[in-house]
Design a protein around this ligand. Structure first.
Ligand code: URP
Ligand code: ZN
Ligand code: ZN
Length: 474
């Protein structure tokens, strides 16, 4: 049997099983997973059989399905600027981090229809993307966009997004729109992603603290002071209530609080299987003491980084299965862009780089610290995202018939994070100087090696636009 590539001698990890096996690839697909495939192919070659199978030695390494980051913003116009990682740098960063699929958000601006937004985002990615990608579609003008959701589902985009905040950007959805969107998602076999923060009280708190004296004294700490945990928790509770009443599938994005995790757990305990929540790597390892640093404004993202107690609860939620995925919410802004704040925290472009360090953070701080085992790790960064977003079993698993999207990671080899060495366009990193294991030694995207010896070797335009039939149906 002729193969193009065999990944030999590694420990293959899926969400349900970890085993020593070889992985054989033909074209873009995995065609065999089993013992001794490389040995057999080499013996056949020696006996004059078909030649040319590339053997990638993964001895001593984990061989995992490529990471799937279901929450990224590449080249996003936001907070008066445009996020600095585009489909070139962003997907190169993804590849180096072992992420082989990204899901971005197509967001309508002005009078854009959902179709217009989708076309704009397709253009951003075309010819640039180095890994596969697809889009969630933001519903920002309910009265108009509700009539366009069916068209998006028919086109292969069954995940929608609403924001409870961001009136200034023209993105905010009110309760009626959220309730209506959940009903619509039930009807369309689709899923609603929600940015859950309570805007009324948040705006009130921002207003109260928005004065020269406090800004001088507290600087970027006001970003955290004005977003106490109840801002997120109340909004998550409300969204879950609407999902329970409307019956539509709900996916809470970038959940950052212990209270939010408790709400999701209670929902699951009372049998709600239509409610999902992700967290992001930054909420698992960073805490709000960072805002007191001289460059604390760099760390502003939305929702903001919380406390150590929240980290602890989120890790617990991941291992209990209540928090179903870890993403990044990559929304990169350089030091120059962040400097737009000029002492006023309401003007900081909000967002962090993250794609390149997603797997290393979760691996190093999850698996290496015994918070997760390897199968749980794979489940949280690949299999669950694939299942929930409608990409499984093409993505998210190492099995016959799946796309050959694979990351090979050494269990112990660490790299010191240095933004200068990363693929991201960011000139700083929240993890600068951290020693992290779990970077991809080798990444394959649909059978093609795009990272070799920790170095990107793929090509722009290789990444393919993915479509999906339904979502929230794991
Ligand atoms: O700070 C963030 N998260 N920026 C991107 C927009 C969002 O809310 O996801
Ligand atoms: Zn958000
Ligand atoms: Zn986001």
């Amino acid at each position: 049997m002729m193969y193009d590539t065999i990944i030999a001698n590694g420990t293959v990890v899926n969400a349900d099983e970890l085993k020593k096996a070889d992985v054989a690839i033909r074209g873009e697909k995995i065609v065999q997973v089993g013992k001794g495939l490389a040995k057999k192919a080499l013996a056949e070659q020696r006996a004059g059989g078909p030649n040319g199978t590339r053997i990638i030695d993964a001895d001593g390494c984990y061989v995992i399905p490529g990471g799937i980051d279901v929450h990224v913003h590449l080249e996003l116009p936001f907070c008066g600027t445009v996020s600095a990682d585009d489909y070139d740098s962003g997907t190169k960063a993804a590849a180096r981090g072992g992420v082989t699929t990204v899901i971005d958000f197509a967001i309508p601006y002005g009078d854009d229809s959902l179709h217009d937004a989708l076309e704009k985002w397709k253009k951003k990615a075309a010819g640039k993307a180095c890994v596969d990608y697809t889009f969630h579609i933001a519903v920002t003008k309910w009265d108009r966009h509700k009539h366009e959701m069916q068209e998006m589902v028919d086109a292969g985009f069954p995940t929608f997004k609403q924001f409870m905040i961001y009136a200034r950007e023209g993105w905010q959805a009110d309760d009626a729109a959220i309730f209506g969107a959940l009903e619509k998602c039930r009807e369309l076999d689709a899923m609603l992603l929600i940015h859950a923060e309570s805007s009324r009280v948040l705006d009130e708190l921002i207003e109260r603290h928005h004065n020269e004296d406090e800004m001088k004294r507290l600087g970027a700490r006001l970003h955290a002071i004005t977003r106490p945990n109840f801002i997120e928790a109340e909004a998550i509770q409300r969204a879950v209530t609407w999902a329970e009443a409307a019956g539509g599938r709900l996916y809470v994005v970038h959940m950052s609080t212990a209270e939010g995790t408790d709400i999701i757990r209670r929902a699951h305990k009372r049998g709600l299987d239509n409610v999902f929540a992700e967290t992001c790597a930054q909420y698992l390892v960073l805490d709000d003491s960072l805002f007191a640093k001289p460059d604390g404004h760099l760390y502003a993202c939305c929702p903001q980084i919380k406390k150590k107690a929240d980290q602890k609860r989120l890790w617990q939620g991941l291992s209990d299965g209540d928090v179903c995925a870890v993403s990044t919410d990559t929304c990169t802004f350089t030091r120059e862009q962040k400097a737009m704040w000029n002492g006023d925290w309401t003007k900081i472009p909000m967002g962090l780089p993250g794609l390149e360090t997603l797997l290393p953070i979760v691996y190093t701080h999850g698996v290496r610290k015994d918070r997760l085992d390897m199968r749980e790790f794979v489940n949280l960064v690949s299999t669950n995202p694939a299942r929930i977003m409608g990409l499984y079993p093409t993505k998210g698993v190492i099995a016959k018939g799946a796309d050959a999207d694979i990351a090979i990671i050494h269990p112990k080899r660490k790299f010191r994070v240095d933004c200068e060495q990363l693929e991201t366009n960011c000139d700083w990193s929240p993890y600068q100087g951290w020693d992290l294991a779990g970077f991809a030694r080798t990444t394959l995207s649909r059978g093609k090696v795009i990272v070799d010896d920790y170095t990107f070797c793929g090509q722009n335009g290789w990444g393919r636009l993915l479509t999906r039939k339904s979502a929230g149906n794991p």
